[in-house]
Design a protein around this ligand. Structure first.
Ligand SMILES: C[S@@+](CC[C@H](N)C(=O)[O-])C[C@H]1O[C@@H](n2cnc3c(N)ncnc32)[C@H](O)[C@@H]1O
Length: 257
């Protein structure tokens, strides 16, 4: 495998965490998109219990918290992200009803039928979309919602370069209709799907990385892992600019039946 196509998963996670922890979001998204996805969910009250799985430092969780009144638990594998998450909660005075905990999405400790809403932006790929929506379903009450964003193809066919890149990075990437079918098969009513606009990638994700990359390369001058991480991120951004008609993130919102 060439350096260019090396998966991000092969890099040192500690370094990746540091690289991303300075950014408001660790994946493509925006407050507008989080609010839009939330607009399809109509079962929430003060008593609601919400989980944000793979929450990172909580960019989207804080938006969720400002538009809902129940209790939110953010879960992420990386303690450094959760530390920042909990500092952000205190800054926004949300600590009484929003908390970040370290945990893995494949070993969640919720009770069956405890949750009203499961949220996950740009993170379910870590367990795989199909496995995630099936395994997490038991934690939702009947009538509860799941809202996840997931890399998806926009076309049946695409250029080889981008097809190979994604098949290596995330073989479960698929066209939207297949993902919707998987939701139905898992026992959800597909309530809505929508494509995240380009600004979620360009402005809110890749553009913010440019100054962070300069700083990071200065700090880790001569460190091969750091240089490779930045090179990989730049390559990913170039691919996005080149092939954005063929893929992107899609929000999938389902209701448990
Ligand atoms: C692309 S980031 C998205 C973060 C955040 N939701 C956002 O949109 O900014 C993916 C997140 O999944 C987390 N993650 C990876 N594997 C995980 C696991 N097994 N359990 C929980 N979180 C995990 C990563 O630490 C990272 O914060």
């Amino acid at each position: 495998m060439s350096d260019e196509t090396k998966s991000i998963h092969e890099f040192d996670f500690k370094l990746i965490c540091e690289y991303f922890s300075g950014m408001e979001r660790q994946g493509p998204g925006s407050s507008e998109v989080t609010s839009k996805a939330l607009s399809f969910i109509d079962n929430l009250t003060n008593e609601s219990k919400i989980a944000d799985i793979g929450c990172g430092t909580g960019g989207q969780t804080m938006v969720l918290a400002q538009h809902t009144s129940g209790h939110i638990t953010g879960i992420d594998l990386f303690a450094d992200f959760i530390d920042i998450f909990n500092v952000n909660c205190r800054k926004l005075n949300l600590q009484d009803r929003v908390e970040g905990v370290v945990g893995s999405m494949d070993h969640l400790s919720f009770q069956n039928e405890e949750l009203d809403l499961i949220w996950s932006e740009g993170a379910i790929y870590n367990i795989g979309f199909e496995r995630g929506i099936n395994e997490w379903r038991k934690f939702l009450k009947t009538g509860g919602f799941i809202a996840v964003s997931e890399a998806s193809w926009f076309t049946e066919k695409r250029p080889d370069e981008i097809d190979r890149f994604w098949k290596d990075a995330y073989p479960e990437i698929d066209i939207i209709s297949h993902k919707v079918k998987q939701m139905q098969q898992a026992g959800y009513i597909p309530m809505a799907t929508f494509v995240l606009p380009e600004n979620c990638w360009m402005e809110h994700f890749y553009a913010l990385q440019v100054p962070a990359q300069e700083k990071f390369l200065k700090k880790y001058a001569g460190n091969k892992t750091a240089e490779e991480l930045v090179k990989n991120q730049r390559h990913e951004a170039e691919l996005y600019y080149k092939y954005k008609e063929f893929y992107g993130y899609v929000f999938y919102i389902g209701k448990k039946i």
